[in-house]
Write a protein that binds this ligand. Sequence first.
Ligand SMILES: [Fe+2]
Length: 307
Amino acid sequence: MTKAAMQTDTETETAEPRFSLENIHISDADVPPFIDMPFEDIEELKLDHPGASDAAYRERRDYIAGLSKRFRETGVITDVDYTEEEQGIWRHVAARLEELHEKYASPSYLKAKRDLGISNDRIPQLSDMSRRLKELTNFRLAPIEGLVDTRAFLSWLSWRTMLSTQYIRHHSRPEYTPEPDIVHESIGHIPMFTNQNFADYSQFIGHGARIATDEQIEELGRLYWFTVEFGLVEHEGEIKAYGAGLLSSFGELEHAFSDKVERRPFDLEEVINTSYDYSDMQPLLYVIPSYAELKEVTREYISRFKG
Ligand SMILES: [Fe+2]
């Protein structure tokens, strides 16, 4: 469906509902033109970023952010010619995280990384991962130059599209970044979109975001936080990690399995009403029984939105 067709649909009573939770197929023609991305106030590098006072880093980050921004005009992902220093940061972080993944990550995630061809040697390009995701689960990646507000970010999931940054964290603190970067996106988020149920679940959140009240957006933000960012899943009697905030952070991943964390069975009503503090280690995490069940319970929840 094109954007023009969507506008027509809303004016006719006989048209199909705009946000059918059954109709999860999205063709390229359904995706709105990226030039229409209504983004304002995209976050720039903050003063507490480890690279904030490094002029060369700031210039490089802004250059790569500019490549990401170009996507909105061209619709084509520009590959980044990462420097050897940047590749070094990736190699260091990716190798260390992989050791932890073997112990703690969901088998779905481990398989996904292989399916996407993500290696510890070279920073993966969004263009390659997006092409592969499209073949596997019809998901797509769209470069973005920084954090956008929750509704805008989540809404794009409705078109099975994840907005993703391309720059990399500062070399002085390879284990840490206060903003999303290519490590967080491609080690944390992107692999899970190869899982059909997880991809569909993400799309349901996107549908919800497009019709949510402001209060429901807050709820969706919490649901996203406790699943996509910090989710745990049961697998053959064991608890494993699938959240991007866990899988892309040495500290959070080990902490998640320590006795400092309370791990509760996932309860949607509880999760959407539980606040969190993004600036500290997470003291409370939720364990889903499976991605299929997460998807179904979310389908039921979103279907209650009025639109
Ligand atoms: Fe994230």
